[in-house]
Design a protein around this ligand. Sequence first.
Ligand code: AHR
Length: 504
Amino acid sequence: MTSARLIVDADFAISDLDRRVFGTFVEHMGRCVYTGIFEPGHPTADANGFRQDVANLTKELGVTIVRYPGGNFLSGYNWEDGVGPKEQRPRRLDLAWFSTETNAFGTNEFIDWCRQVGVEPMFGVNLGTRGIDDARRFIEYCNHPGGTELSELRKSHGYDKPHDIKFWCLGNEMDGPWQIGAKTAAEYGRAAHETAKVMRWVDPSIELSACGSSNRDMPTYARWEYEVLDHAFDHVDFISLHTYFMNPHDSTEEFFGNIELLDYFIKEVAAIADAVAATRRSQKRIMLSLDEWNVWYKARGHDDLRKPGWPEHPPLIEEVYNTEDALLIGGALITLLNNADRVKCACMAQLVNIIGPIMTEPGGPAWRQTIFHPFALTAKYARGRVLRTLATSATYAGKATEEMAYLVSAVTEDEATGQVVIFALNRHLTETMDLKVELRGFGGQRQIVEALEVHHPNMKAVNTKDAPNTVAPAPIKSVSLDGDKLVARLMPGSWNVIVTAPKA
Ligand code: AHR
């Protein structure tokens, strides 16, 4: 048995939580759109062709915002191809994924889907093959009320009211040599600055996110962020971060070090943004948008990334997630909560089939991957503000740090309901954790209203079409609350959520 202590005080908060951190991502890639969210003729499809099994799982996942249409796909995309009468839409080669794009699904279908599932749309503009002129035309099409060629074009397509898209990404991974139209930091910084300025002239209510590095290991990382923000600081609100967690040593203990690496990444990018602010003596704070993040290391072979013959929506990077992936995702979500003062938006990449929490079979069922569960539970219960905590537990040495605490934790308080929620990952793989929590300053009598664990003794266990519930939440067997003292036994290798609320 290992032990851990967590102290939380109602007077000490990190920040209000921006619930846009529970975003995901839908790219025109593989089977994310086609046979993912959209499959006309599927037994559950509605008149729009939207799979209702996937729509319902998206709602259950608790998604708040969805990024679209890419990804690498964005950098070669002509938005005009995907609007208007379907029979007139062109088929095109997609050079991002070496597929044929039919354009049967586009901007207006995505907006309809977002409205149906109750999520906010986040759009990107193509700064790869296109630029400022395309961006101003696209936002006029989407957000201008009427009386101009492009707003009237939208109306003629059946959308009288503006789409009112608030969150816009200025391109995607523009530092990556794999990107269609990759740029240097100076080229991109200038393009982002001018594009953001003009888009905001069309609609002053929008928020804009500049591309950060494609990942923390890029050779230009950090210098890229500085130079881009040095150009675009005045016109952007966010800088993006992308990270896909790797498991190069096939060691669960080392794999969990990605939690620390994510924390370093967030703090470094925030520091760079603040350094740019300092050169201007500016109090403006650029916020962080982690608009692609997930585990992705199994489906990385050439065959996973590309199929020959320019197929339509081939199966690509269909990573199957296991127990340790779910635990890491739970730990990463805790890191996002504890950085709620700077991370105001995040998109798990992607939503369905492509490295997704939801899997589907064409014409068949949809099911929840292991990583679905910590995401859904955090999105359900993390509300209000994130509190500061003092956490103490034994540690182990890893590559990320010599002192990896066995306990990874965060606490939120929803002042509207009085719920105080503890999120706790026990990284010890062989010992149960005896967790003692002191809930100071919340007043009154409290009770536990929910206590669930995500756990499986086999770290490699997966959910499949035929066994979709192998890894699923279950009640924590031993948990109690006496006054302001909570005690719980956390299983070895488990992610846990404990919800307390005032007694009626
Ligand atoms: O999510 C898959 C791909 O990963 C995205 O298209 C790209 O932005 C990233 O490299």
